[in-house]
Each structure stands twice: as structure tokens, then as C-alpha cells.
Design a protein around this ligand. Structure first.
Ligand code: HEM
Length: 393
């Protein structure tokens, strides 16, 4: 016996933004898939169901030509399936090779981090969002893409405008204008460096794209660089802040990790499980299908709530707690299946091996401020939007 997708009408969008976890729990307990009126989308929240979906890309397609991502950024490989997806993925692969990350990107990202932490060390207090996480994520992505140097705020603003445009379901004209303006600025920044990357091959993403045989077309380069800007800046930023927040709120765990630095990688995995920077991403159902007893009709748009699956009590004991010592168990924060995050290893290195360890080593007695609590927000994307801290300067 299968049933139709239930509809939930009493969830407020503000509640989803403020704290989606009680809502996610309710949805998990209600059905495998639930249409949430305020989100205008059918949401899948259970760990096992999302795993099933990601193993069957023929039924659950990432390809959606009418999606806002395609409208704002162009036809990107993240929203394609099969061979077309693989062509794009292969074109960027040289920049993400483990040896390239270790030998080329790691020293560069360490130098950026040294500079940022060195500049704020004497201050004794800061909001780590603007003082460290956002500039770190922006400056390292800028180098990785192969752009000419620019203020970190510029790339961060483009990223935000593109993300806002891709989520502009209400069709707000001002959001669309800003997204298109950011897109044009990205196109110009690409144009300014393409000849250099053609004549001087190097590990940057733009160089990988133009020097592969056959080279990626300019339309594809523009679309895919926009997706990488939209997907490769806010997420490591939020992972840095979430990891620091988890440790500062749990001083015993902080002491354990500082005493055993080999625990840093596990601490990062736990941070992105606990508060997943990408909480939801979309798929399209290509044929009528049964998902754990619920019928999903052909062409239904669904949202895979990995932020909910990563707190599924059937998969993780005491799922709402941050616990760096929990038994090792794979999570879905980097996605799964063919679209598994291309930036996983570079993020693991940057956040878990460079930024967080250096921060706690250099800023002695790092602590939260009683008078300025951290603020965490979002459900499609979630992370601290403010993390005020003090240390002994
Ligand atoms: C902690 C940091 C990060 C998290 C949590 C994260 C998460 C994700 C998730 C969940 C997806 C799947 C999206 C989907 O299937 O629709 C994804 C895809 C992707 N991510 Fe990340 N990401 C992170 C960092 C990065 C970075 C730093 C880069 C690039 C420098 C990057 C590049 C990409 C790309 C290119 C894809 C598309 C892969 C494909 O379609 O084959 N990500 N990411």
C-alpha cells in the first residue's frame, strides 16, 4: 500500500530560518516525503531515503533546465546527469587532486590564514565571521579559481548575490538584478585572466578548464565558475565558524581536541554533520516512483534535506549534540552519489587542518562572549552569521 505525499501548512518560514531542527524532526516522523507549503517544495528528511535517492540518479535527476540556478548562472554541470555531468567534473578534477591540494594549495592557504590571524591577534576580541572565516574562504577560493587579486568582500558579495538569485523563488526583481549584475562581473573577471591561464598552465580551476582537451566552452566556463563561487565560499566559511562554535560551547571537547590534534579531522566531520552548511539541495523525479511507501509522481521537485538526515536518530545517537567522540559514521553534509562535493578534500584540509588548529593555537584562551551570543541562521544554507569571541591578547 502506498500513499500520496502529505501536505503541511502550519510551518512558518521564519521558524525554518531560525531553527529548522524541530521542524525537520516532525517531518521525519510524519512521512518519507512531505510537501511543506511555506517552502513550496516536497522535502525528504530521512537518512536512508536520501541515500536511496542518491544511488538512483536515473530516477532522481539533478538535471533541471528550468531551475533558477540555470537561469542565474547558466547551464552548469551540477545540474546535469550522466556523461554531460562527467565532462564538467573531469575538467576541474586536476585542481582538486589530493597531491595538488597537499603540495600546492596547502602552503598558500596556510599563508592566507597566517596573515589573517596575525592581523587580528593583538585585538583581543573580534567577530570571527568578518575577521577570519569569510576572508579566509574568499581569498582561498579566489586563488583556487585563478582570479586576479581583489578585495575579499568583492568575491563574497558576488557569491551572496548569485546564491540569493538561485533561491529567488518569489521572483523579487531587485534580487534578480543584483544576481545578474554579479554574474556580469564574474564574466568580466574570467575574461581578464583566460589568456594568461592558456599560456601559463597552472593548478587553478580556470587553467584546468582551458587546458583540458577539448577545452571547456566559454559559456560552460562562465556557468561552472559561478556555481563554484556560489558553492565554494559560504560553505567552508560556515564550516569554520560551526567547528569553532561547537568547540567553544563544549569546553571539555575543546580540551580533548587540543590535547590530541589527530582528532581535528573528526571534529570537522562532526561540525558539518551537526550543522550542515548546505541543508537542502534539489532533485527532480523522472518517473512515478515509490519512496518507502509514498508515491512520488513524475516531474515532482523534491528537496533533499541533508541537514535533517544528518540529525536522524535512526542513524546517529543523540543526534542534536555536538560530540567529536561519537563513533565514526558517514554523513551527508558533502552530498552523495555522482554529485558528491568536488571540494570535500580541499575543505577538509583548509578547515580541519589549517584554520581551526591555527586559530586555537595562536589565540590563547579563545572563548565566547557572554554579552554577545553567537547567531546561527538558515535552513537551505545554515551557519553562524555572527560569532563574537575574546582571547588573551
Ligand atoms: C564545508 C564545505 C563544503 C560543503 C559542506 C559542501 C557541500 C556540497 C554539497 C552538499 C554538494 C552537493 C550539491 C548537489 O548535489 O546539488 C556539493 C557540490 C559541489 N561542491 Fe561543495 N561543499 C563545500 C565546499 C566546496 C568547495 C570549497 C568547493 C570548491 C572549491 C566546492 C565545490 C563543489 C562543486 C563543484 C560541487 C558540484 C559537484 C557536482 O555536481 O559534481 N564545494 N557541495
Amino acid at each position: 500500500m502506498t500513499s500520496t505525499v502529505p501536505v503541511v501548512t502550519d510551518i512558518s518560514y521564519q521558524d525554518l530560518l531560525d531553527d529548522p531542527y524541530p521542524i525537520f524532526r516532525r517531518l521525519r516522523e510524519t512521512a518519507p516525503a512531505v510537501f511543506v507549503e511555506t517552502a513550496k517544495l516536497t522535502l525528504v528528511t530521512r537518512f536512508d531515503d536520501i541515500t536511496t535517492i542518491e544511488r538512483d540518479p536515473a530516477t532522481y535527476s539533478a538535471d533541471n533546465p528550468t531551475s533558477l540556478v540555470n537561469k542565474v548562472m547558466g547551464p552548469t554541470f551540477m545540474r546535469k546527469d550522466g556523461a554531460e555531468h562527467m565532462i564538467g567534473r573531469k575538467a576541474i578534477e586536476p585542481s582538486f587532486r589530493p597531491a595538488t591540494i597537499r603540495e600546492y594549495w596547502a602552503p598558500r592557504f596556510s599563508a592566507i590564514c597566517e596573515r589573517l590571524i596575525g592581523a587580528l591577534a593583538g585585538a583581543g576580541e573580534a567577530d570571527l565571521f568578518d575577521a577570519l572565516a569569510a576572508p579566509m574562504a574568499s581569498l582561498s577560493l579566489m586563488e583556487m579559481i585563478g582570479f586576479e587579486p581583489m578585495p575579499w568582500q568583492t568575491l563574497a558579495a558576488w557569491s551572496q548575490a548569485l546564491i540569493d538569485g538561485a533561491g529567488n523563488y518569489a521572483g523579487d526583481a531587485e534580487i534578480e538584478r543584483k544576481a545578474m549584475q554579479a554574474g556580469a562581473a564574474v564574466d568580466a573577471a574570467i575574461e581578464a585572466v583566460l589568456d594568461h591561464h592558456r599560456s601559463h598552465p597552472n593548478p587553478s580551476i580556470l587553467s584546468s578548464m582551458v587546458n583540458i582537451d577539448p577545452p571547456m566552452s566559454i559559456e560552460d566556463i562562465r556557468a561552472n565558475i559561478k556555481v563554484i563561487i556560489g558553492g565554494g565560499l559560504n560553505e567552508p566559511r560556515d564550516a569554520i565558524l560551526t567547528l569553532v562554535l561547537g568547540l567553544l560551547q563544549n569546553p571539555a571537547q575543546k580540551r580533548t581536541v587540543l590535547a590530541k590534534p589527530e582528532l581535528w579531522p573528526a571534529a570537522l566531520e562532526e561540525a558539518v554533520r551537526w550543522i550542515s552548511p548546505i541543508g537542502m539541495y534539489p532533485r527532480r523525479v523522472t518517473r512515478s516512483v515509490d519512496l518507502s511507501g509514498v508515491t512520488l509522481p513524475q516531474d515532482l521537485q523534491i528537496g533533499l534535506c541533508v541537514g535533517a538526515a544528518n540529525r536522524d536518530g535512526k542513524r546517529f545517537a543523540d543526534p542534536d549534540s555536538f560530540d567529536v567522540s561519537r563513533p565514526k559514521q558517514s554523513h551527508l553534509a558533502f552530498g552523495a552519489g555522482p554529485h558528491f562535493c568536488a571540494g570535500t578534500w580541499v575543505s577538509r584540509l583548509t578547515v580541519g587542518k589549517i584554520v581551526a588548529p591555527m586559530l586555537f593555537e595562536r589565540l590563547r584562551n579563545l572563548r565566547l562572549r557572554d554579552d554577545a551570543p553567537p547567531v546561527v541562521r538558515g535552513w537551505v544554507f545554515r551557519g553562524p552569521v555572527s560569532l563574537p569571541v575574546r582571547w588573551d591578547a
